[in-house]
Design a binder for this molecule. Sequence first.
Ligand code: KIV
Length: 293
Amino acid sequence: MSIHFKRRRLMAPDIAARKGGEPIVALTSYHAHTAAIADNHCDFLLVGDSLGMVMHGYESTVPVPLDLMIMHGRAVVRGSNKALVVVDMPFGTYEESPPIAFRNAARVMKETDCGAVKLEGGRRMAETVRYLVDRGIPVMAHIGLTPQSVNVLGGFKTQGRTVDQWHAIEEDARLVAEAGAFAVVLEALTAPLAERITKAIPVPTIGIGASPGCDGQILVMEDMLGLSPSVPKFVKKFGAIGAAIDRAIGAYADEVRARTFPGPEHTYSLKTDEAERQPSPQRATKKPKTPST
Ligand code: KIV
């Protein structure tokens, strides 16, 4: 018996095979309609835990629950059919032990049908990466600025600004790659360090605020579309969606207030000949006030 997959999405090994080749294009995505658009252009879509900040108004990614990731993960998988979908493991769901990480990552894979998970950490997560990969879960690692550690780092700070910090970060990259990660996100790393890591490890590096020399790039979709109110220095705004939304909602509000919306083309008319059969309009009567006791 042969099994035919309905669709052929990119899978983790396809991304891994792009090391040193054509740049890998990625964006975050949190809901079905934008996933469908991004799917036409991207190699993978990341359901990032940045959704906590971008969509749910949290000040960091720390409070994001697993169920929220699963809900958005499902939407992105439903909206796309070519790109690999990677879902972030949120803070507190994988750090404690490899078996706990496996239980939660397996839930993510089963309930969203995504193709891989991402987790933050280098050396300290290498054993967990190995444990998950050995049990069938493709893992993308994330090093450099790891936003879930914002409370330890003391803010969202660029990493590797001085050369004496380089060795530890290079080791992070090497160890997660050796542990079986199929790609490594490098966030907010100085360009020369990101380039050294890209040359040193055998799997693709995906830069966000790192270097054009990385094997691929990712940005938060709302940031690059110009929807987020404030963005880090490394974001280029490729669109001005926030301003477009503001204009559209302002025009809607004006038309509602002027009673020019809805127009005849937006309202339903009666069937022919039904107009004469309309009952005479009822006068609205003011409700008598109930006397207060
Ligand atoms: O959560 C996220 O959006 C991410 C990207 C910044 C890589 O991890």
